[in-house]
Design a protein around this ligand. Structure first.
Ligand SMILES: [Fe+2]
Ligand SMILES: [Fe+2]
Length: 351
């Protein structure tokens, strides 16, 4: 089925989650996962709360994970509307093995290695309980017994080495209950085709439907008819943004949504990119974000993320915002190192 949007979306742009604490979140994503903070700002729709951005050195789109700091919320539940997990790509299995050792050395319980379709993965939770996956392409010659043996070996993991560096995200996994509805919707709205249907070795009642461009299915929905409604709170994935190259491409998607009667936010200028939001049929919040202008539009590339940056229309509120953030920090003291919840033994199983 060809649609107006076909070929416009080729990758993820960023993924946004919910955290309780800026300092704990920053230490985890920069010191433990080795990402760079590429922007420190506020939630533009709720500007007395922070919005934190981490990514690779340049803040490349597809590398960026962001957080709304909402310490007053309760914990979320994974379910429809509250996606299951996200995965970063790791260069190869050796690097993945080092990651497992490094994370364990930081007091984090790691589940894996697991073979998930065409990937070898490990799973763990961040300080807020969000499930994270690191995934490397599967080398055909390796079976699970050999992998387990390899991961049982002691490896040197005193720091994050160059070949371990995280850059692009591999996939995001929201949940769905109806394959036909999902495929029709993603095809019509985002022009995304289903390019894979895989068994879920962790859950025999579920399958994994991969949507994307050519050989990279960056949206890997977990499909299971019995999944219930979720709740977005602390530790949840709030929304998943895919990338379009230009404002024109974004407009085409908005026009498509209008033409088929899907409610959306309209195009919102976020200053570092433009955003368009809507929900899939299962309540998952999706965003279409433009590639540019990027995080270096208001900070020099070498000092990205080093101070609180506000979009120009919020500068007049700076004093009130800084005071509100100070009060928030006072009200919700935090601790480092955090107590990490373990990742499940079968991480892609869905309740
Ligand atoms: Fe996954
Ligand atoms: Fe976003």
């Amino acid at each position: 089925m060809s649609t107006i949007a076909e070929g416009l979306v080729k990758s993820l742009h960023h993924i946004t989650l919910v955290t309780t604490s800026e300092p704990v979140n920053r230490r985890f994503y920069t010191e433990v996962l080795g990402l760079r903070r590429v922007k420190l700002s506020v939630n533009q729709d709720d500007f007395f709360h922070r919005h934190l951005f981490y990514g690779d050195e340049n803040g490349s789109s597809g590398s960026v994970i962001t957080f709304f700091e909402w310490p007053h919320l309760v914990s979320g539940h994974v379910g429809l509307g509250a996606p299951h997990h996200i995965a970063y790509s790791v260069k190869d299995i050796e690097a993945l093995q080092k990651w497992a050792a490094w994370l364990r050395g930081n007091g984090i319980q790691v589940s894996g290695p697991h073979i998930m379709g065409d990937r070898v993965s490990i799973y763990f939770r961040d300080p807020d309980g969000s499930l994270l996956e690191l995934a490397s392409k599967l080398d055909e010659r390796i079976d699970i017994a050999a992998l387990r043996e390899m991961f049982a070996e002691e490896v040197e993991a005193g720091k994050i080495t160059q070949n371990m560096r995280l850059s692009l995200m591999d996939h995001a996994s929201p949940l769905a209950t109806d394959a036909a509805k999902l495929e029709r919707f993603l095809s019509k709205t985002l022009g995304l085709r289903r390019i894979a249907r895989r068994e879920n070795p962790h859950d025999r009642q579920a399958v994994i439907l991969g949507f994307g461009d050519e050989d990279h299915d960056f949206l890997r929905y977990i499909l299971k008819p019995s999944i219930r409604i979720g709740f977005v709170g602390i530790g949840s994935i709030h929304h998943i943004a895919v990338k379009v190259e230009s404002d024109e491409d974004q407009k085409k998607i908005m026009q498509t949504l209008d033409s088929i009667g899907i409610r959306h936010s309209g195009i919102i200028d976020r200053f570092w990119f433009k955003s368009l939001y809507f929900r899939d049929p299962f309540g998952n919040l999706l965003e279409v974000a433009t590639a540019g202008p990027g995080y270096a539009v208001d900070e020099a590339p070498e000092s990205l993320g080093s101070r609180l940056v506000l979009p120009p229309w919020l500068e007049s509120e700076r004093r009130r915002i800084e005071e509100a953030l100070r009060l928030l920090d006072e009200q919700y003291p935090t601790r480092w190192p955090p107590i990490y919840r373990p990742a499940p033994e079968k991480p892609e199983q869905v309740e």
